[in-house]
Design a protein around this ligand. Sequence first.
Ligand SMILES: [Zn+2]
Length: 147
Amino acid sequence: MKGGEKLRWTLNWLNGSTLLGLLAARIGGCEIRPAANGLIFAHFYSPRLPHAAAFTVGCVVLFRAGPEEVAGRPKLVAHEARHSTQYALCLGLPFLLAYFLAAGISWLLSGDPASRNPFERAAGLHDGGYAERPVRRIFRSRKDSGS
Ligand SMILES: [Zn+2]
């Protein structure tokens, strides 16, 4: 592990988010494997929610897919690693509150919980499999709308 990854690992253990991630993996019936750069991969997450191919809690990245499929998606792994860093920067569980607030505002602005969510944008929208949607017309100024 590099220095920043060690720091992230330590902070996310201390703030309790990695422990919560392992609990989610256990509830989700996942196969847990240590991964590179201080992450823990939890494969075959099966509950219906959240509707995502992958999500991260602390240093635990939960995937619906198995290890072979995940190995072929390095951009998604990089995206989830950035979310793990966001947990460390937000002192752990407060990240969830901030993330869901940002997702709600993004949904109001664009009809999509990721497009205008600063956490998703910082993690890389396209790396996470998201397409950028424009701000809804009602929130655009006359100058932006071109009329
Ligand atoms: Zn994401």
